[in-house]
Design a protein. Structure first.
Length: 133
C-alpha cells in the first residue's frame, strides 16, 4: 500500500510528499485497523471512503482505492495536506467532516503510530525503486 500511496501523491503534485505520505499512511492504518478490517480486505477501502449509512464504497483494486483517496484528499482536504503536524492534519480532517471520533482520540492514535512511521520509512529506504512515479 505504501508505494501506491507515495506514487499517487507524486502524480498529484502534492507539496511535501514525504510528510503527507507519513500522515496518510498513519490515517489509512488507523481507519483500516492496519489493513485487517473487513472493509479493507473485502472492499479495497482502507479509508472509510463513501459511507452511505450502511456500507462504504467498494473498489475493484487497491490501486483504484489509492487513486480515489489521494484525489479526494487533494480536492476536499487540502488544509490537512498542508498541516505541519499530525495533530494539525487530524484537526483539518475533523473540520471537514472526515471522521466522527473525538479530535483528541483520533489525533492521539495517529500520533502514536511511530513504529508504523519507522517501518514505512525503512521500507522506502530499502526499496527506492518502488517509490518513484
Amino acid at each position: 500500500m505504501s508505494p501506491l500511496v507515495y506514487k499517487e501523491i507524486l502524480n498529484a503534485g502534492i507539496a511535501n510528499p514525504d510528510r503527507v505520505h507519513d500522515y496518510m499512511m498513519r490515517q489509512l492504518a488507523w481507519e483500516s485497523t492496519y489493513g485487517t478490517s473487513n472493509v479493507a480486505r473485502r472492499q479495497h477501502n482502507y479509508g472509510g471512503v463513501g459511507w452511505n449509512g450502511k456500507t462504504y464504497f467498494t473498489y475493484k483494486t487497491d490501486e483504484d482505492f489509492v487513486k480515489d483517496y489521494v484525489s479526494l484528499m487533494n480536492r476536499r482536504y487540502k488544509e490537512a495536506l498542508a498541516a505541519d503536524t499530525i495533530q494539525g492534519y487530524g484537526a483539518a480532517l475533523k473540520k471537514r467532516g472526515y471522521y466522527e471520533d473525538s479530535l483528541e482520540h483520533y489525533t492521539s492514535n495517529l500520533a502514536n503510530m511511530n513504529s508504523l512511521s519507522r517501518s514505512v520509512a525503512a521500507h522506502k529506504k530499502a526499496n527506492p525503486n518502488l517509490y518513484t512515479s
